[in-house]
Design a protein around this ligand. Structure first.
Ligand code: PGA
Length: 246
């Protein structure tokens, strides 16, 4: 059985004070059967981790460099995330691919490094509107997933979460229909199966893109969808709790 994973991606939002208020208001209201994760800006992470000790709320970063250390001004090293006990790190979000020049190759290095240091990677993939309209969705996600998971040791595969996020649905209010999302996610699982055989059944694949309390149940009701990666609707505690109760 794959445990559902609902993750908030706060992107570049919230101060430390706001983040701590948020976790205080969801503490004690989360469900042990649903993995609950908040991915916050770097400066909030240590405080959020401390504030959620002893709860089932996990904390993750939104990026990480693949080198251990060195002359990479402005970047954050894997060891920096390890020392504050990060549970997850988002890798290759479309905003980072589009605006910060992340490539399938750098994402692959980050996935491998995250596994090496003991942080679970969430590898993101998804097509643009032009690619969807040109019937290139499957080709795009196949390429992103197969390159992103290159050289992952099969024994580590279950640590990896994949997030399918069609770019046209992110922050736009346009959600892929639950069937559209499930179709692509089933295909992604078949890509993982081609690489890793039946271990593909243990990999959790999330949908992301305008998920909100009103549509989460239908999305989570699909056969191959194991969770959601949520931006906008993860910023308000009440909405986030609504997502957890899908
Ligand atoms: P959204 O963002 O829920 O605001 O569409 C999702 C994401 O980018 O992870």
């Amino acid at each position: 059985m794959r445990k559902p994973i609902i993750a908030g991606n706060w992107k570049m939002n919230k101060t430390i004070k706001e983040g701590l208020e948020f976790v205080e208001s969801i503490k004690g209201k989360t469900d042990d059967n649903v993995e609950t994760l908040i991915c916050a800006p770097f400066t909030l992470l240590k405080d959020l981790k401390e504030a959620t000790k002893g709860t089932n709320i996990k904390i993750g970063a939104q990026n990480m460099h693949f080198e251990n250390s060195g002359a990479f001004t402005g970047e954050v090293a894997p060891a920096n995330l390890v020392e504050i006990e990060m549970d997850y790190v988002i890798i290759g979000h479309s905003e980072r691919r589009e605006m910060f020049n992340e490539t399938d190759e750098s994402c692959n290095k980050k996935v491998l490094k995250a596994i090496e240091v003991g942080i679970n990677p969430i590898l993101c993939c998804g097509e643009t509107l032009e690619e969807r309209e040109a019937n290139e969705t499957m080709k795009k996600v196949e390429s992103q997933v197969s390159k992103g998971l290159l050289n992952v040791d099969p024994k580590d595969l279950e640590k990896v979460v994949i997030a399918y996020e069609p770019i046209w649905a992110i922050g736009t209010g346009k959600t892929a229909t639950a069937q559209q999302a499930n179709e692509v996610i089933s295909y992604i699982r078949s890509v993982v199966r081609n690489m890793f055989g039946d271990l593909a059944d243990s990999v959790r694949i999330q949908y992301g893109g305008s998920v909100k309390p009103a549509n989460v149940a239908e999305i989570m009701g699909q056969s191959d969808i194991d969770g959601a990666l949520v931006g906008g609707a993860s910023l308000k505690a009440d909405d986030f709790l609504g997502l957890l109760k899908f």
